[in-house]
Design a protein around this ligand. Sequence first.
Ligand SMILES: Cc1cc2nc3c(=O)[nH]c(=O)nc-3n(C[C@H](O)[C@H](O)[C@H](O)COP(=O)(O)OP(=O)(O)OC[C@H]3O[C@@H](n4cnc5c(N)ncnc54)[C@H](O)[C@@H]3O)c2cc1C
Length: 472
Amino acid sequence: MPAARRMVVVGGDAAGMTAASQARRLRGPDELEIVAFERGDFTSYSACGIPYWIGGDVGERDALIARTPQEHRERGIDLRTRTEVTAIDADGGRVRARELPRDAPPGPEFWTGFDDLVIATGARPRRPRLPGIDAEGVHGVQSLEDGQAVLDDLDASQGRRRTGPGNGGTRKAVVVGAGYIGVEMAEALLLRGFGVTVLEGAPQPMTTLDPDMGELVRDAMCGMGMEVVTGAPVTAVETGQGGRVRAVTTEEATYPADVVVLGLGVAPETSLARESGLPLGESGGLLTDLAMRVRGRENIWAGGDCVEVLDLISGRTRHIALGTHANKHGQVIGANVGGGYATFPGVVGTAVSKVCDLEIARTGLLEEQAQEVGLQFVTVTAEATSRAGYFPGSRPMRVKMLAERGTGRLLGTQIVGREGAGKRVDIAAVALTAGMSVEQMTYLDLGYAPPFSPVWDPVLVAARKAAAAVSR
Ligand SMILES: Cc1cc2nc3c(=O)[nH]c(=O)nc-3n(C[C@H](O)[C@H](O)[C@H](O)COP(=O)(O)OP(=O)(O)OC[C@H]3O[C@@H](n4cnc5c(N)ncnc54)[C@H](O)[C@@H]3O)c2cc1C
């Protein structure tokens, strides 16, 4: 007997399969049929782990797969891998799809009807149309297939070791883009024994930080032996024998490269949604309500990297492509399609990453973002240590804090430092979510013992400074 309703999911990773799995937990196959289409071979994989797999911290690809297609099928989800959705008929309640057999042309298109549709198509890596950009040896790192291609290329490049004058035989890697994926890949390539150059068009690495904090990242990366060139948009990729990458050029210089990794950020993958007339925001992400229902559509849901999220501090919608959000969106969608009720309240803009032993974290607004929304604010920075100063292994960190003039409301926090720095940003993330003032933060009852922090945690030191600045 057919199920009473059919849920169709487009995209088989974090948002899509979390939604499918949660709905399945709430509704059995006799009540809800779940059909999920995934263009690739893998489901529920962690792209977040790719840099650590390439760098060698994670031993094998399969460790990054939380649930295989077969495991989803065993849980009652009709999962169709290598099947691409090519159109959404939002009014007609159906999607068009086709199979993508390996080494063969795409199969015929077919339509599948839905009662509920979940759009979880993720994001598309930016790849500027530059001469040579598609040359052999130029890689993205969006999918597990990309990660495997990078690893294969790194192994093969052993045999292509440079022998020219002045390079000491070191293999050269150029990373284009110094956002968090770029710096994580720079670390991975350094660990793989490459000489690493990072080229960034902006004046600083990590534009998710204020310039002064970004400079700390640059200094640390240079101290690790990387070359970091900012204000240097790439103009072309030069190729050599057999069309393989040989160098990357900017207006000012040419950088030899045996391998190139692109980390230029992503844009929401919403081409199908656009064609079907669904509402998109300024960054091209789908607009949803708090239940993750596409605005104006009763039975179409969207989550993950293809949507814009509400920034709780600025009150604006923004596109922030993070797995932490995608999983939560999927959970909310699954609960709602499964007959429950859940909402995703929005984000405060928290992110953490690292390059070698340097930890980089932010939450809330940067100075520029606070100015954009017309907030009056004070800014303080505090230099502190990860443990009691006398305790072995204590490492320095800088905490920058923004607080609203007058009210003292915390607006944002950035932290750059060594071990123990990054996850401290979560204290500020909770304070932001709770709408706390920096004065209130000063007396937060955080854990203290010398191996974990100084008696005044670095975040509280910054909060004290901010509270003093606000009251001046
Ligand atoms: C190298 C790297 C490191 C990262 N590190 C972090 C991190 O440390 N922390 C963090 O929070 N986030 C991180 N992220 C981001 C995180 O991986 C994404 O935010 C998350 O994967 C988004 O999940 P999603 O389900 O929305 O989209 P995706 O994971 O992009 O999945 C979308 C899926 O939809 C499929 N699809 C798209 N269109 C169609 C179609 N028409 N038909 C069928 N299938 C389709 C795609 O093949 C894809 O599998 C990282 C990303 C990368 C690339």
